[in-house]
Design a protein around this ligand. Structure first.
Ligand code: ACO
Length: 329
């Protein structure tokens, strides 16, 4: 028995932050950002809007699209590294917001690979035979940990994400394979140093801007291309496929140059690669479900198509997932 995706949805906040807006805030230019990253704009939350609010919008759409009642959901997995709080979990807030009275759930922290970790976890619950309806949502509110005086990083990220319902299928379709990795030796290259138990918030830590995400962009870039390309090629080979068998490749959207370099290493032609980074920037755990939901809305996936997902992020975490697409009503 496989787990299959039976509904997808996405949501971004209303407020748009364009490259031209950023030109007024830091020493940058639309030309620099577009040529180095492919990003033209990103969405960011308004006042009093947080990750659980975006997740709740997605959860409500998922229920409506699949015509489910909140009570049908058994597990809520929220993939995020920007939860509303350390405790309670974002999953608890979403459960309460949608009234899913039979569910349990948890937050899953896998940075940009979070949604793949979440799909894998949900799929294994389904395959166990104990669960039949699982909601997996990937959302990040990156603006909440962004230093808008640091031009090296603040131009890259946005807020938003998407989600999916997982259910069992008796067909040979659905999630058929995954390769997931983690390597903490890369931890220092992309890190938010403050706010956790290592460096709790103090007046000094706030003054030292420790509660913002920091990165070594060039190192992350190199590891991201190699990591995503390696696991994408490996999963194709071990399923006795070639690049030509892949109908659609939805990679994590960190930087268009990372996507292009990864696709070139895998031998994918441009028409097979889904790219929406220009409108959203990097929404971390949100990029893959946001891309998947848009691809479904744009009817880019047909029954039986081979869909390849790949991600890379802080940790380092990375992975690939192969899905034989099953069209749902
Ligand atoms: N506007 C204008 N100039 C800038 C900006 C900016 N926003 N940011 C940096 N610069 C300057 C630098 O200071 C540098 O100036 P200098 O030569 O005078 O020192 C110059 O531009 C070139 O900087 P580089 O670092 O060489 O630019 P590069 O081509 O490597 O692009 C980038 C930088 C976009 C950050 C790239 O390294 C990258 O995308 N790395 C991956 C990082 C990433 O995606 N992180 C997200 C999380 S992980 C993930 O999701 C995979």
């Amino acid at each position: 028995m496989n787990a299959t995706i039976t509904a997808t949805a996405h949501y971004v906040p209303e407020k748009v932050l364009t490259n031209h807006d950023l030109e007024k805030m830091i020493d940058t230019s639309d030309e620099w950002i577009q040529s180095r990253t492919g990003i033209a704009q990103r969405y960011i939350v308004g006042e009093n809007e947080a990750t659980s609010d975006l997740c709740t919008q997605i959860a409500k759409q998922l229920l409506e699209k699949r015509e489910l009642s909140p009570d049908d959901i058994q597990v809520i997995i929220i993939c995020t590294c920007t939860p509303d709080y350390f405790a309670p979990s974002t999953a608890a807030l979403v459960q309460n917001n949608i009234g899913a009275s039979n569910a349990w759930g948890f937050d899953l922290s896998g940075a940009c690979t979070g949604f793949l970790y979440g799909l894998e976890t949900g799929a294994k619950f389904i395959e166990s035979g104990q669960y039949e309806r699982i909601m997996v949502i990937g959302v990040d509110t990156m603006s909440s940990i962004m230093d808008y005086t640091d031009r090296d990083i603040c131009v890259l990220f946005g807020d938003g994400g998407g989600g999916a319902i997982l259910e069992p299928t008796v067909s040979e379709k659905g999630i058929i394979d995954s390769i997931l990795r983690i390597d903490g030796s890369g931890g220092d290259y992309l890190i938010m140093p403050g706010g956790g138990s290592r460096q709790p918030a103090t007046v000094e830590s706030v003054k030292a801007r420790q509660h913002f995400l920091k990165q070594d962009g060039k190192t992350v870039y190199k590891f991201a291309v190699k990591g995503m390309a390696d696991v994408s090629k490996d999963i194709i080979t071990r399923n006795n496929l070639t690049g030509e068998d892949i109908s659609l490749f939805i990679p994590h959207q960190a930087n268009k140059r990372i996507i292009d370099a990864t696709a070139a290493r895998c031998g994918f032609t441009e028409d097979k690669v889904f790219i929406n980074i220009g409108r959203y920037g990097n929404t971390t755990a949100g990029t893959i479900p946001l891309g998947l939901s848009e691809a479904v809305d744009e009817r880019l996936l047909n029954d039986g198509d081979m869909l390849l997902l790949a991600a890379f992020g802080a940790g380092f975490t990375w992975g690939s997932m192969l899905i034989k697409w099953e069209t749902y009503p």
